[in-house]
Design a protein. Structure first.
Length: 308
C-alpha cells in the first residue's frame, strides 16, 4: 500500500530525509517514531503529495507520487499534527462541507457524515460549534473528516499530540477500531507505549535516517542485549537472593521492593532451570517472569536525541 525507495529531501546541505526505504502492506498499522525534527512530518507530506522530494520514489496504493497525485489524494486520508477549523461552523456543517468537497452528494452525504460522527463518538456534538470543542474532540473531528471518503490509507501525524490522558485513550481506541476495519495506517507519535499497543510494525527515525524498521517483536529482540528476570518468593528472600547470586549463569541480583531483579550472564537464553533450583531448595515461588523491554526503552537505546 505504501512503498518508498531511497526517498530523500534536502534543504540546501541539510538532509531532512535521507534515503528512506519502508514498506506497508494492506492492513498494517505502522508506528513512525522519532524526536522532533527527525523527518516524520516530511515523510507524510511527501506521501500526501504536498511536498516534492529531492530524489527517490514513493508509491501509495500503486500510484507514483510524481504521476499519480490526484489518485493518491482520493485514496488517502491525511491528518496533520495541527489543522485549521472553521470557527463559525457547526460540527455537522463542517463535515458536510468537506463531504461536498469530496463530491459526495445528496442523501449519501448526510448518511456518511452521521456514520463518521458515530464512529468517532461525536454524535452528541453534531450541532455544537467547532470552536466549543476540546482539543481531544477536535482531534476526533479531524479523524472524522479524513474518513468521509472511506480512504484505504491513513496518514496520521501526531494524532495524540497535546491531549490529556483520557483523550489519548479515546484516540487509541479509535485507532484500534480503524485497524479492525482493515485500514492501512501510518501514524507518528511520541506516546510510545500506546503505539506498541496498536501497531504491528514500527520504524525509528533520527536525523532523516531510518534506524530500525520491522515488526514490533523483532525490534524488541534487536534492542535486547541481556535477559533480566523478576523473581519473588513467599519468604526467606535474602536467602533466595544469596542462592541465586551463587549460580554460575547469573551476573547480578538486586532486591527491588521485595522482587529480585536477576540479570543473566551474556549468552544465556534459557533460564527455566532457576525456577527448578529454587523449588528444589524449598522456596515458594510467587513470581517468575522475564522483564519485558518496552518501546520507550528501545527508542532511548537506539536514538541520541539529535535532530537534523
Amino acid at each position: 500500500m505504501i512503498e518508498t525507495n531511497d526517498l530523500t529531501k534536502m534543504y540546501g546541505e541539510l538532509y531532512a530525509l535521507n534515503r528512506l526505504n519502508l514498506t506497508l502492506d494492506k492492513g498494517d498499522v505502522y508506528g513512525f517514531i522519532g524526536p522532533n525534527g527527525a523527518g516524520k512530518t516530511t515523510t507524510m507530506r511527501i506521501l500526501a503529495t504536498l511536498l516534492n522530494p529531492t530524489w527517490g520514489e514513493a508509491t501509495v496504493c500503486g500510484y507514483s507520487i510524481y504521476t499519480g497525485a490526484k489518485d493518491i489524494r482520493r485514496a488517502i486520508g491525511y491528518m496533520p499534527d495541527f489543522f485549521g477549523v472553521y470557527d463559525d461552523m457547526k460540527v455537522i456543517e463542517y463535515l458536510e462541507f468537506f463531504a461536498a468537497a469530496y463530491r459526495i452528494k445528496g442523501p449519501a452525504r448526510k448518511k456518511i457524515c452521521e456514520e463518521v460522527l458515530e464512529l468517532v463518538d461525536l454524535t452528541y456534538k453534531r450541532d455544537a460549534l467547532v470552536t466549543s470543542l476540546s482539543r481531544g474532540m477536535t482531534q476526533r473531528l479531524g479523524l472524522a473528516r479524513v474518513l468521509l471518503h472511506d480512504p484505504q490509507v491513513l496518514l496520521l501525524d501526531e494524532p495524540a499530540s497535546g491531549l490529556d490522558p483520557r483523550a489519548r485513550i479515546e484516540i487509541r481506541a479509535l485507532l484500534k477500531e480503524l485497524r479492525l476495519m482493515g485500514k492501512t495506517i501510518l501514524v507518528s507519535s511520541h506516546i510510545l507505549p500506546e503505539l506498541a499497543d496498536i501497531c504491528n510494525k514500527i520504524g525509528i527515525i533520527e536525523q532523516g535516517v531510518l534506524l530500525v524498521n520491522g515488526a514490533v517483536v523483532d525490534v524488541m529482540k534487536q534492542v535486547r542485549t541481556d535477559i533480566v528476570l523478576n523473581i519473588a518468593v513467599a519468604d526467606r528472600l535474602t536467602d533466595a537472593a544469596n542462592m541465586l547470586e551463587n549460580q554460575p549463569e547469573v551476573e547480578s541480583v538486586q532486591d527491588k521492593n521485595g522482587v529480585l531483579i536477576v540479570k543473566m550472564n551474556e549468552g544465556v537464553v534459557q533460564y527455566s532451570f532457576l525456577a527448578s533450583r529454587l523449588i528444589e531448595q524449598g522456596y515458594d515461588l510467587t513470581l517468575f517472569k522475564e522483564d519485558e523491554i518496552n518501546l520507550e526503552t528501545a527508542f532511548m537505546h537506539l536514538t541520541k536525541g539529535i535532530t537534523s
